[in-house]
Write a protein that binds this ligand. Structure first.
Ligand code: PLP
Length: 410
């Protein structure tokens, strides 16, 4: 793989001046020119609302929007296009799911299970709905090293469990719970499973059919697409059964003060004017990844991830956290290109600021994952998340500067 050529696709990485080493890809990925061009083309030449006008520009926008849905369907290997709902992002997708699932399937006294690994976005929407509905909010505990055993999730289940919400990859440690086992066992007892794929989507080839999850959520901006666009996947039968999330234009088939009928599956959940440019930008990102050979990019990232941990572990005074693991279905097997660490003599925020002085961008803090941080006994940690546009030289530069900041060179 020619990394220099790939870097040429990302204008932000090719600016003159101070070094810019971007290692916070878990927060958001940089955008290739293809995505930027797609947004620009839409607003320059194609801007029109969808599903409304009878003039060619609007028909064309409607067609392109549906083609983008089809591209996403194929990316996650869903069976039907109507199973793909465009949202504003992963957070909105989980909120949509929580509201619709509670309105349709959850009664007072039922329970929902989340895990201590969850990002706030896949924790608080469920906690909030449980509180409102008089349902029990159950939390499967993580291990002290930040891992999660599928058995600890499954043993929370009983005959009143309606849903398990679990991440496919922790945004803190990169740990991947065995979602396949959780889904298999949950389904034996008629329990729904929602998978938060906000992090996994960009480091794995995901097939919702193979996984057999009932719902899956992610954000476009974490997979090289624009901000403000996300995906909520739901099995067709559930999307047809569940209550709408927002009410407004384009989701009603007909209605007045009496009877009202809504569109069936995805259309029911897309009320009002959508982020059409965002959907087209996300499509452009997926096409870009496909054209560059996604699996090859992942292999390179995995190699880089191994090198990252090796280099960080060699820095005196720095502690790299957690053994990572991959369930077999989420292949390729190597651990995600993520490392989380603390230091003996400095807090995470201090490290982040000092690295920023050298032009290195890493994430520091509690990572919107308070239960997990509490479990591993840390208030804040530094987090490095790589992309295929990162290089070994950048990792060496990080390690060398960390050595200066935390180790013997300080
Ligand atoms: N879930 C996980 C695991 C995440 O890492 C994030 C964001 O970092 C989210 C959900 C929320 O994503 P967004 O802020 O794009 O809605």
């Amino acid at each position: 793989m020619d990394v220099a050529e790939i870097r040429g696709d990302f204008p932000i990485l090719n600016q003159e001046g101070k070094p810019f080493v971007y290692l916070d890809n878990g927060a958001t990925t940089q955008k290739p020119q293809a995505v930027i061009d797609r947004l620009c083309r839409y607003y320059s030449l194609e801007n029109s609302n969808i599903h409304r006008g009878s003039y060619p520009l609007s028909s064309r926008a409607s067609r392109m929007y549906e083609e983008a849905r089809e591209t996403v369907r194929s990316w996650v290997d869903a069976e039907y296009g109507e199973e793909i709902v465009f949202t504003r992002g992963c957070t909105e997708s989980v909120n949509l799911a929580a509201l619709a699932v509670f309105e349709t399937y959850v009664c007072p006294g039922d329970n929902v299970i989340v895990t201590e690994l969850e990002h706030s976005s896949n924790y608080f929407p469920w906690k909030n709905q449980c509180g409102k509905k008089g349902a029990q909010f159950r939390v499967a505990l993580a291990q002290a090293d930040g891992s999660l055993r599928a058995e600890d999730v499954l043993e929370q289940m009983d005959c009143r469990t309606r849903l398990i919400a679990v991440t496919a990859m922790s945004n803190v440690t990169g740990f991947c719970p065995d979602v396949d086992l959780i889904i298999r066992e949950a389904h034996k007892r008629g329990v729904l499973v929602l998978v938060d794929a906000a992090q996994a989507i960009v480091h794995r080839v995901i097939s919702v059919r193979q996984m057999d999850c009932d719902f899956l959520c992610f954000s476009g901006h974490k997979i090289y697409g624009p901000m403000g666009i996300g995906i909520f996947y739901g099995k067709k039968t559930y999307l047809e059964e569940m209550a709408p999330y927002l009410y407004g234009g384009d989701m009603v088939v007909k209605g007045d003060r009496g009877e009202v009928s809504y569109k069936k599956s995805s259309g029911k959940y897309e009320a009002g004017t959508q982020n059409i440019a965002g959907a087209l930008g996300l499509e452009a990102a997926l096409i870009y990844l496909r054209s560059r050979g996604f699996e090859e990019l992942l292999r390179y990232e995995a190699e880089l991830g191994g090198y990252l941990r090796e280099c960080l572990e060699a820095v005196k005074g720095v502690h790299v956290m957690g053994a990572l693991s991959m369930p077999p279905l989420l292949s390729p097997r190597p651990d995600p290109p993520i490392a989380v660490f603390g230091a003996d003599n400095l807090g995470a925020y201090d490290i982040g600021v000092l690295l920023a002085n050298y032009g290195i961008a890493v994430r520091c803090g509690s990572h919107c994952a308070y239960p997990l941080m509490k479990r591993v006994g840390r208030e804040s940690l530094c987090h490095v998340s790589l992309s295929f546009y990162n290089t070994k030289q950048e990792i060496e530069y990080l390690a060398e500067r960390l050595e200066r900041i935390c180790g013997r060179g300080s």
